[in-house]
Design a protein around this ligand. Sequence first.
Ligand SMILES: CC(C)(COP(=O)(O)OP(=O)(O)OC[C@H]1O[C@@H](n2cnc3c(N)ncnc32)[C@H](O)[C@@H]1OP(=O)(O)O)[C@@H](O)C(=O)NCCC(=O)NCCS
Length: 245
Amino acid sequence: MTREGNPWWTPWRVVDDVTVLHVDLMPNTEREAHALSLLDETETGRYHRFLSVRAKREFALCRGALRLSLAERLGCDCRQIAFACLEHGKPYAIVAGQTVDTAFNVSHSGLHGLIAITDRDCVGVDIEERAARRDLDGIGSFVYGQEELRLLRAAPDREKAQIFYRLWSMKEALIKALGTGFSLSPSEFEIPEPVLLGAPSCVFRFPHLPSESWRLLDMGERRFAAALAYRLSPPEPAQKPAAGR
Ligand SMILES: CC(C)(COP(=O)(O)OP(=O)(O)OC[C@H]1O[C@@H](n2cnc3c(N)ncnc32)[C@H](O)[C@@H]1OP(=O)(O)O)[C@@H](O)C(=O)NCCC(=O)NCCS
């Protein structure tokens, strides 16, 4: 199925050469069955191991949309695509035994998913529905740095969730772009001050990788907090291992 056949994802943003798709994760039995039919044996096994209906739906609809979008971009059948993972679980694609140059990243949260796709080497995306939670200051003390915490604690109650999830999505987009996931503690780096104070984007450097620069963008909107990060320079030695290793 190409995009014409009633897709559940739509182009949402284009930033530089990164395309971001929005995936509709509303419960829909027909779409979920269709998405599931596109997955390979490993993915189908994973789908059945998820315990919650929500986790099953998020995975199937996002992975199905990813397969079809990548296939369209690469000019192949979506069933020719295989996925493998880097050390900390970041997926990459393989077609006909070759690691594909196109990078992508997926995030899902409740009713919304995002997929970022680019020919750059590293991209990370994160989406967070702003779920009501108690004690955001307390949770923040585990994951935020000094300046970030100061901002969160000073915020009036009505603005706390907005700030908490904005910061959270940016930090997670960065660790997903880098590929480490939470093996790099989000409290080990801080969002630069201009963005902390509301600017929509900046150039970012991880303290432990000062020679690399990353573009960080706040993409939040009314329905959710969201952020995108991608490497500007310089490409490190190839991150993706050769297929089959
Ligand atoms: C990556 C991580 C931050 C995602 O957190 P999350 O809020 O649960 O999920 P999101 O919806 O934003 O993103 C999930 C997607 O990120 C991708 N992903 C998984 N690991 C990733 C990583 N290390 N870096 C970037 N992206 C990753 C996957 O596509 C995943 O979707 P899928 O499971 O449907 O394929 C978190 O799962 C993590 O820290 N993982 C690392 C765990 C690890 O070290 N594993 C090693 C053994 S494989």
